[in-house]
Write a protein that binds this ligand. Structure first.
Ligand SMILES: Cc1cc2nc3c(=O)[nH]c(=O)nc-3n(C[C@H](O)[C@H](O)[C@H](O)COP(=O)(O)OP(=O)(O)OC[C@H]3O[C@@H](n4cnc5c(N)ncnc54)[C@H](O)[C@@H]3O)c2cc1C
Length: 453
């Protein structure tokens, strides 16, 4: 399909997915593209606070950045993390590697820097216009208009609803307006746990923690994590219940905050300057999964990225999945006859995969905050890496399939992961003496051949 150049494509939301989609479609030769965002231009202003400051980028996201030809610009922003550094209450640490090959690492990247680079890349093309400070109020397929408010002048106005892709994030206004017009149904499953970000400052010009790891203080029921930044600081995030004895609600004053941190994360306390003040000043964010159906209205509107399928952040895959969306849409463009068939096919291909990663992301919360403390889990994790060494064409740990193997779909990773986890339970022995003949038989009997896209 060759999009009609008289019909500009609207991308509502120039965040991570929207900006990358702009670059991707432009490289495809899609004619005029109009990007809209309610924020001020991030090339001129600092990023808004209160959003996750850094993110884990993995193979699916990298593949999408390469597909769009922007990976070389992004690379200098990346800090490799080779595993989870577990901090126990005594302050002792141990590294659980993510994979077993040198390239099986994930990368910490600053949200603001990444978004700025993607916007710069999109803006290089003369057929792309980016309009900041424009809040989308609604997409209306009946009146065939997109409604906006100019945040500088306060004026409201409408533009024609040419093919429009809503990439305006988890709280999408595009999705909300389609819901109001009964074009789709939405279920938002909010966690009863919130998150709050705190900064770990460098010490004497050096990172306060090993910068090549994702640090976790798992405490069963809640956890603190920290990812490195290029300015040598770390962004720590506390994930904790909203209410209850151990909760954000219970941390209502300075003393309660300090006591809680000293008891639970004593080695982190000296690293977080003005801990109590930071804690009071920084907002708590909500976490949830968005289930919307359908994602499209004819050939008029499509939801993509978080607006279609926001997930909890515990697998570090929301942005990666949103980036993968861009590749899938781009690959389908050539086969589609028109926008309607393109949008419908995108949803058909993509939905099973985004549902799978939504489920795995929820499961990973339990793994990060609780299961990593279980000796059985640590044993089976090591065994799964050994099985991958011995049977690399058949057995790949689920975490690795999700993070390091973009050629294996999320849905396949979920299916195989369930089979593999039963195999691991059947082989698990507390003395660690695995019967590898039995392992070979179980793997051959139970695991179908891998399908790589
Ligand atoms: C605490 C936390 C940690 C995370 N960690 C990771 C991680 O490690 N790895 C990972 O892959 N993912 C992670 N994620 C998920 C990731 O942030 C999202 O999946 C990703 O940002 C989705 O990109 P998006 O472009 O769809 O939405 P967003 O990045 O939210 O972008 C939406 C854009 O739309 C604009 N917008 C919103 N409303 C309007 C409107 N009405 N009109 C115009 N513009 C609008 C916004 O200004 C923004 O620019 C994390 C999320 C959270 C909350």
């Amino acid at each position: 399909m060759r999009p009609d150049s008289d019909q500009p494509i609207n991308i509502v939301g120039a965040g991570l997915a929207g900006a990358l989609l702009g670059v991707t479609l432009m490289r495809h030769g899609c004619g005029a593209i109009r990007l809209w965002d309610r924020r001020a231009d991030p090339r001129r202003t600092r990023m808004e606070r209160g959003r996750s400051i850094n993110l884990a980028l993995a193979a699916r996201g990298i593949r999408a950045l390469e597909h769009a030809g922007v990976m070389e610009r992004v690379r200098p922003l990346l800090i490799p993390m080779r595993g989870r550094m577990i901090h126990d209450r005594s302050g002792a640490t141990s590294l659980l590697p993510y994979g077993q090959r040198d390239d099986e690492v994930i990368y910490s990247v600053g949200r603001g820097d990444l978004n700025r680079v993607l916007i710069e890349e999109a803006a290089r093309h003369q057929d792309v216009t980016i309009r900041f400070n424009q809040t989308c109020l609604a997409a209306d397929p009946i009146q065939k208009v997109l409604r906006f408010r100019n945040e500088i002048s306060g004026a409201q106005y409408s533009v024609e609803l040419t093919p429009t892709i809503g990439t305006d994030g988890a709280g999408s206004a595009v999705r909300g307006s389609l819901l109001n017009l009964n074009y789709l149904s939405v279920r938002e499953d909010w966690l009863d746990h919130d998150y709050k970000e705190l900064t770990i400052a460098p010490v004497a010009g050096r990172p306060a923690l090993d910068p090549n790891a994702l640090h976790i203080w798992p405490r069963g029921g809640f956890m603190l994590i920290a990812l490195p930044n290029t300015d040598l600081s770390f962004t720590a995030t506390l994930f904790l219940a909203r209410r209850g004895p151990r909760s954000f609600e219970a941390l209502s004053d300075t003393q309660a905050v300090l006591e809680f941190f000293l008891e639970e994360f004593p080695d982190a306390v000296p690293l977080i300057p003005n801990l109590a003040a930071q804690f009071q000043a920084h907002p708590a964010g909500q976490l949830g999964t968005v289930h919307a159906a359908p994602w499209c209205v004819g050939g008029q509107v499509l939801l993509l990225g978080d607006s279609a399928h926001a997930i909890v952040p515990f697998h570090g895959q929301g942005m990666n999945a949103a980036f993968e969306d861009c590749v899938v849409l781009d690959e389908l463009l050539d086969q589609a006859d028109d926008w309607q068939s393109l949008f419908a096919e995108f949803e058909r291909v993509r939905r099973p995969n985004t549902e799978a990663i939504a489920q795995m992301a929820l499961e990973n919360y339990t793994e990060m905050r609780d299961t990593v403390l279980d000796p059985g889990f640590v044993r089976r994790k090591a065994l799964s890496l050994e099985l991958e060494r011995r049977f690399p064409d058949r057995f790949i740990p689920r975490y690795s399939m999700v993070m390091f193997h973009p050629e294996i779909s999320y849905a396949q990773a979920l299916r195989r992961g369930a089979l593999q986890s039963q195999i691991l339970l059947d082989l698990d022995r507390t003395d660690g003496r695995t019967d590898f003949t039995l392992a070979a038989n179980l793997i051959n009997e139970r695991l179908p051949a891998l399908v790589r896209a």
